[in-house]
Design a protein around this ligand. Structure first.
Ligand code: GAR
Length: 197
């Protein structure tokens, strides 16, 4: 049995999910993805999950932009429980997490964010770093709490900003780091989890 039973939430193309799934396939991450859930019906992350034979579910988000409607978040909790998920991995999830999920998975929800937190929380953080004239940015894996990108930091990786960077080129280099950092952090959590059994 895999050390970590994961449920993955994402709103976008799913390259972080792919990096995690590839690490599992390679055997460098002792985990299993039980379900992938999206708030966007045609999100790439859902197709990537289906291609791998992993259950993929769209949950209609409701009327809010920055969070799920409480009933939708409750549905996400039910789906995660049904799939046997013990950890919730946010991989490009673009909404705040509220009480239903936080209470169901205390200190078991982690996120990857494209900046060196606490610098540049929020959406499109690489654009914020570029606009602020930062010379170094990067990515952060952190526990999720009720704030926006405020939870305890687990690990970070730096990416230098080049003088000729565009938002796209900078985000691409940050993503290359994300794809190494996220599976590595999950692998360390898996080792800790296994040794505690
Ligand atoms: C990633 O860069 C991730 O750090 C960012 O969205 C991108 C998703 O890419 N997340 C956030 O900004 C969360 N606030 P992906 O769908 O290819 O993994």
């Amino acid at each position: 049995m895999a050390a970590l039973k994961l449920g993955v939430l994402g709103s976008g193309k799913g390259s972080n999910f792919r990096a995690i799934a590839d690490a599992i396939t390679r055997g460098s991450l002792d985990a299993e993805v039980g379900i992938v859930i999206s708030d966007v019906p045609d999100a790439g992350i859902l197709s990537l999950a289906r291609e791998r034979g992993i259950r993929a579910e769209f949950v209609p988000p409701g009327k809010f932009k920055s969070k799920l409607e409480p009933s939708a978040e409750q549905r996400v909790v039910e789906l995660l429980n049904e799939a046997g998920a013990e950890w919730v991995v946010l991989a490009g999830w673009m909404r705040m997490i509220k009480a239903p999920l936080l209470d169901a998975f205390p200190r078991r929800i982690i996120n990857i964010h494209p900046s060196l937190l606490p610098a540049f929380p929020g959406l499109e953080a690489w654009k914020l770093a570029l606009a602020a004239g930062a010379t170094t940015t990067g990515c952060t894996v952190h526990y999720v709490d009720a704030g926006m990108d405020t939870g305890e930091v687990i690990a970070q990786a730096e990416t230098p900003v080049q003088p000729d960077d565009t938002p796209e080129s900078l985000h691409a280099r940050i993503q290359a780091e994300e794809h190494k950092l996220y599976p590595a952090v999950l692998a360390s959590l898996a080792r800790i989890h296994t040794s505690r059994r």
